[in-house]
Write a protein that binds this ligand. Structure first.
Ligand code: HEM
Ligand SMILES: *[C@@H]1O[C@H](CO)[C@@H](O)[C@H](O)[C@H]1NC(C)=O
Ligand SMILES: *[C@@H]1O[C@H](CO)[C@@H](O)[C@H](O)[C@H]1NC(C)=O
Ligand SMILES: *[C@@H]1O[C@H](CO)[C@@H](O)[C@H](O)[C@H]1NC(C)=O
Ligand SMILES: *[C@@H]1O[C@H](CO)[C@@H](O)[C@H](O)[C@H]1NC(C)=O
Ligand SMILES: *[C@@H]1O[C@H](CO)[C@@H](O)[C@H](O)[C@H]1NC(C)=O
Ligand SMILES: *[C@@H]1O[C@H](CO)[C@@H](O)[C@H](O)[C@H]1NC(C)=O
Length: 173
């Protein structure tokens, strides 16, 4: 299972989806910055919205099967190649995601949120005005202690996919 998940991560990271100018196209259409567009997708996927169409269950919802990787419940984070407990909801949680700050300064939450925005921006081929990804590019290393199951992977993936459909961005997934 781990091998399969890691392979999926690698495929997603290197796929040709980036060839279509989705990021600039929708940012222009919506008259928002590319960063704002990616943040909106990410925040919707993280928090969920049951009344959206399609509904987004939310990666950080209380019933989420992947919440435990984010709240420090287990030794699932890779720090210096050691399984470590890290709380990624330490920057104000949902409130700061909703108000656009993504997390308080210096929090694990803000670092992760910024890295995810940068990385998704890179996947969507957002262009030069977009912040460059500054996290660990090795997705295997980042996720190696999470032992992600198929159910968990599908939930995470579908939350993001559902969130992109809000703006009809889903064709790249
Ligand atoms: C079930 C699937 C997944 C779960 C539960 C998950 C969970 C997590 C968690 C808890 C972190 C924080 C780890 C750390 O900072 O060391 C993380 C980091 C990250 N994840 Fe995932 N992830 C999943 C799938 C993905 C996918 C599909 C992608 C994109 C292809 C992705 C991209 C990233 C990136 C870019 C980071 C930031 C790494 C860094 O800050 O250096 N993840 N993920
Ligand atoms: C961003 O890239 C798109 C095509 O991918 C291009 O049409 C647009 O002019 C670029 N915008 C900026 C600000 O570079
Ligand atoms: C786009 O947004 C800017 C402010 O962010 C505003 O000044 C401008 O009028 C908007 N353009 C359109 C066409 O709505
Ligand atoms: C959830 O989605 C609905 C339908 O698009 C929207 O009206 C509502 O404002 C959204 N709620 C939040 C908290 O974003
Ligand atoms: C995604 O949307 C479908 C409906 O199209 C829904 O059944 C499913 O629960 C949603 N999943 C997530 C993780 O948001
Ligand atoms: C956003 O929410 C966070 C967490 O509640 C709070 O610390 C921050 O001051 C808020 N920022 C704004 C601009 O409302
Ligand atoms: C990983 O999870 C599977 C079930 O999804 C379990 O059988 C296996 O023992 C776990 N491996 C580790 C190293 O925790």
């Amino acid at each position: 299972m781990l091998t399969k998940t890691v392979a999926s991560l690698a495929i997603l990271a290197t796929s040709a989806l980036a060839q279509v100018p989705i990021c600039s196209k929708y940012a222009t259409a919506l008259n928002i910055t590319e960063t704002q567009l990616v943040e909106d997708v990410l925040v919707l996927a993280l928090l969920g919205n049951t009344t959206a169409n399609p509904p987004v269950a939310g990666i950080l919802a209380s019933s989420s099967p992947v919440l435990n990787f984010f709240n420090g419940a287990g030794l699932t984070t890779n720090r210096n190649n050691q399984p470590t407990s890290v709380n990624f909801l330490d920057g104000g949680g949902a409130a700061s995601l909703q108000n656009g700050t993504l997390g308080t300064t210096g929090s694990n939450q803000l670092t992760l949120a910024n890295h995810l925005v940068e990385y998704v921006g890179f996947l969507l081929n957002c262009n030069e005005t977009f912040p460059v990804y500054t996290g660990n590019p090795n997705m295997y290393a980042v996720h190696k202690f999470m032992n992600i199951s198929q159910t968990q992977f599908t939930y995470f993936d579908t939350a993001i996919e559902n969130a992109t459909k809000m703006w009809d961005l889903g064709s790249w997934l």
